[in-house]
Design a protein around this ligand. Structure first.
Ligand code: F6P
Length: 470
């Protein structure tokens, strides 16, 4: 049954704006609202407009909430069978499509597309169909539907077939794979993925680079031209300056700053130590291990920084259902420990690694950052690169991978690195730490302006306007 029949604006994504935790002892459910660009973007819509967000139940708490019918208004959570969700989300979205778009395969052994893959693909189709059917039920005549990400690449065409009257947009928050890499996929699967997205009136991306890669894949796999007439859009997502500046000055952030200062300590002579800050999900594409290796090389090559700098690295858990993510998390911890063993002294811990997610502590680290290290192998945008210059108290130098989407907007005022070049990154860290204060302040001002030029509300409204004219 449709919970809010006739919505004029609909959003669809795997992860919804709210999640539930089940207390098994008491049976109580606790709701937690999430953040992110889509949540802030949707706040631009009049709450009375009756927008509906279709998402998937992700854990036991969510499933129980669906069964008890305790959902939030405007959110329709789909209780897709757990095995289907597992195969679609972990098997296809996270282990195939994510790897493809971020170029994460170790190709001598993977990928290998056999019977197991085909079974998972069938689950991915079924998962996409559940979304298409729910959206078809919820949407008013001619409604605008914004479908998000690689989890839902087939849903636009499925929805188009069910409801030709709708205006459908698809948005990719990831990079898009270059054509030769995309063609690792079996030909029929590659064609189905592209045709799925081309069921939308508009297919939109975070940068021109990812949009062009998608178009090239369409030409190579489906033939010249975009067969459906689907329009291609580019909408860069920026940081939410007002929210961040206000949130970063609340009491809990001040408390965490005091604690962090204590841990960072002072250099001989009493001057505060310099900080290189990174904040990521522990995601294979974020390149945390090479970031640590670059920091170790900095300490090797430039002994004058020993005892005078701390690498504050927050690496929050992500996709721990996948063994490769668990192994990567362990490797991050191992390398950080090794650096601390090699260089640490009784009064100096060279790497401060925290793995427990704490947004207030992240903002505290942003405020303290002298250098922001953002070195992903490949990233759709990377909002941390845009947020840190907005929040840092004294201004920070941004060391930025040329493979992050944010590079298109921030490269002029960042120190740009090749993410695989550990020595180059070590040299960039040295240059960043050595930058004169006035140059650092000027660059930070420009980075903050560029990084907040497209706030989430505008990003969202631009997509809706794009659909109106499609
Ligand atoms: O950051 C890119 C992104 O695709 C987001 O759009 C999306 O919310 C997230 O990755 C998915 O991550 P998770 O698997 O943790 O839900």
């Amino acid at each position: 049954m449709a919970s809010t029949p006739g919505a004029q604006i609909l959003v669809a994504s795997n992860r919804g704006p709210v999640s539930y935790t089940l207390d098994v002892a008491t049976g109580d459910l606790t709701a937690k609202r999430g953040g992110g660009g889509l949540v802030s973007g949707l706040s631009a819509i009049d709450p009375d407009a009756g927008a509906v967000w279709v998402c998937s139940a992700l854990g036991a708490g969510d499933r129980e909430a669906v069964r008890q019918g305790v959902g939030e208004p405007g959110v329709r959570m789909l209780d897709i069978p757990a095995d289907v969700h597992h195969d679609a989300y972990n098997g296809i979205a996270n282990s195939t499509l994510w790897f493809l778009h971020h170029m994460l395969y170790q190709t001598p052994l993977e990928p290998s597309f056999g019977a197991e893959f085909r079974a998972r693909w069938a689950a991915y189709e079924s998962y996409n169909r559940s979304f298409a059917e729910a959206l078809a039920e919820e949407a008013a005549d001619g409604a605008a539907v914004l479908i998000q990400d690689y989890h839902l690449a087939l849903a636009p065409r499925m929805l188009r077939e069910l409801r030709p009257d709708l205006r459908i947009g698809h948005f990719s928050h990831t990079p898009w794979a270059p054509v030769d890499y995309f063609r690792l996929l079996p030909d029929d699967i590659a064609a189905q993925l592209l045709s799925g997205i081309l069921g939308a009136d508009r297919a939109a991306f975070l940068t021109r680079r990812w949009a062009d890669a998608f178009t090239e894949c369409c030409h190579a796999v489906l033939g010249p031209g975009i067969p459906s007439g689907t329009r291609i859009g580019v909408h860069g997502l920026g940081a939410d300056a007002d929210f961040l500046r206000a949130r970063a000055h609340e009491a809990d952030v001040d408390e965490r700053m005091a604690a962090l200062r204590e841990q960072i300590g002072t250099a001989p002579g009493g001057t505060p130590r310099r900080t290189i800050v990174r904040v990521d999900r522990t995601e294979l594409s974020k390149n945390i291990v090479r970031g640590l290796l670059a920091y170790r090389q900095l300490l090797d090559d430039q002994p004058s920084w020993r005892g005078r700098v701390v690498n504050v690295a927050f690496a929050y858990p992500s996709r721990q259902d996948l063994a490769v993510y668990r192994e990567y998390t362990a490797e991050v911890q191992r390398v950080a420990h090794e650096i601390n063993e090699q260089y640490g002294t009784p009064g100096w811990t060279p790497v401060l690694l925290h793995v427990k997610d704490d947004f207030a502590r992240s903002l505290a680290a942003y405020r303290l950052a002298d250098v922001a290290l953002v070195n992903p192998i490949r990233d759709g945008m990377n909002l941390v690169a845009k947020e840190m210059p907005v929040v840092s108290d004294e201004g920070c130098v941004l060391v930025l991978s040329r493979e992050a989407g944010a590079y298109e907007e921030l490269s002029d005022d960042a120190i740009v690195v090749n993410p695989y070049d550990v020595s180059g990154t070590a040299a960039a860290l040295h240059q960043a730490l050595s930058m004169p204060a006035d140059e650092r302040a000027e660059r930070t001002k420009r980075l903050a302006a560029a990084g907040t030029a497209l706030p989430p509300t505008q990003w969202f409204l631009d997509q809706l306007r794009g659909l109106e004219s499609a």
